[in-house]
Design a protein. Structure first.
Length: 396
């Protein structure tokens, strides 16, 4: 690695001077995709495993105490998301949160629900199912990659008609790694009496105040992505106007309770991820500080785009830069050369077999390398990606 690379991306240290990389297990893999499933710090996995041992030692006692522990966890998580704990329920993942909202807020027959062409695939399938069962129609609008706040908002609103009952929007899109103007659109929708569901799967802790920024009727977000909690932990935040209409996907002993307490007990399940989530959030705040994590991840993503993009351009003679409206610092896109024709799933598998955790996406006819960086990302990771991944892309 060159001195220039060192200067472009200094290693992130903890508050005590340790390398931040030491907070995560050394897997021997090259991690360039914190955006899909995240990575959990060692301290959090250790805490969760202790809870699992407690649960197995005395399952009846553990389960009896779980709802009170979950309620406390909600309060702690709400502080990190800068929202009211009485508006926040825990769900397994963002897709489950969207499905919960669709079940609880059914579409009127003959109505329309508006999506964009960036909508996450699982969410799209859930919306299509809900619309089909209700006798409603799904309208998909195109938002150009390069569209800024105003242009994107107008593109979304162009799909609204007098029959529109609901808008379902990504906060940060999965395939294209861009923000959507959710605050602007949700405010306009509320004036028209149109319900809004915002899929903020990537947004918790990636953005500083995503819940308030959106001000949606229902906002859902995964904590297992940028926030680095154990998988199976997500939040559903409800506007007071709709909160008491929301019920869990599983009817269990919490059913008679008001929102959000009715979500604290959803039958027999392993609740240790939910109970560990505040520990993971506080651990990274204490060791590094979330502002520093975001700053470093943003710098790491910029460094990766510059270095890997230059290497791709040198090898294939094509510009890999992406004109992206409303970009998100720690998650960036590189356009793959036209010669790389293998489909995205096969490319991901090929890179994975070589020990590279990377995300390849496709939007329209273009394939992209989506880079999602975090506190443990280093300049050495970027150099290794150039050395190891480019030959695999060349073989595609």
């Amino acid at each position: 690695m060159t001195d220039a690379a060192d200067a472009a991306l200094p290693a992130l240290l903890t508050r005590t001077g340790r390398p931040a990389t030491e907070l995560w297990p050394d897997s021997g893999l090259l991690h360039l995709n914190h955006g899909s499933y995240g990575r959990v710090p060692i301290a959090a996995t250790d805490h969760q495993q202790r809870l699992q041992r407690e649960m197995e030692a005395a399952p009846m006692r553990f389960m009896a105490a779980a709802p009170a522990g979950i309620a406390q966890a909600r309060e702690q998580i709400a502080r990190f998301l800068r929202t009211d704990p009485d508006r926040l329920a825990l769900v397994p993942n963002a897709s489950a949160g969207v499905s919960t909202a669709l079940r609880s807020l059914p579409l009127p027959a003959g109505s329309e629900v508006v999506l964009t062409d960036h909508t996450y695939g699982a969410v799209r399938m859930g919306v299509e199912r809900a619309a089909r069962e209700a006798g409603a129609h799904v309208r998909t609008v195109h938002v150009p990659l390069a569209a800024g706040d105003d242009e994107a908002a107008e593109a979304i609103w162009a799909g609204v008609t007098e029959r529109t009952a609901m808008l379902v929007l990504d906060h940060v899109t999965s395939v294209t790694a861009r923000r959507m103007p959710v605050g602007t659109v949700c405010a306009r929708a509320r004036e028209r009496g149109i319900l809004t569901i915002v899929d903020g799967a990537h947004a918790p802790l990636l953005l500083t105040d995503p819940v308030s920024e959106a001000d949606a009727d229902v906002w859902v977000g995964n904590l297992h992505k940028f926030a680095s909690t154990p998988r199976g932990t997500a939040v559903l935040v409800a506007h007071p106007d709709v909160a008491q209409r929301l019920v869990p996907l599983i009817d269990s002993w919490g059913a008679p309770d008001p929102f959000p307490r009715r979500f604290d007990w959803q039958a027999s399940a392993d609740y240790t991820a939910w109970l560990t989530a505040p520990v993971s959030l506080q651990h990274l705040e204490d060791e590094i500080g979330w502002d520093r994590v975001r700053d470093h991840a943003t710098a790491a993503a910029a460094h990766a785009v510059d270095r890997i993009g230059a290497a791709l351009a040198e090898r294939w003679g094509e510009d890999t830069a992406v004109d992206l409206g409303m970009p998100v610092g720690p998650i960036r896109l590189l356009a793959l050369p036209a010669a790389v024709t293998t489909d995205a799933t096969a490319l991901r598998r090929r890179l994975g077999d070589a020990g590279i955790e990377a995300q390849i996406t496709a939007f329209g006819d273009q394939h992209y390398w989506r880079l999602a960086m975090h506190a443990y990302s280093t300049a050495e990771d970027v150099d290794a990606a150039i050395e190891r991944a480019l030959p695999l892309l060349a073989a595609a």
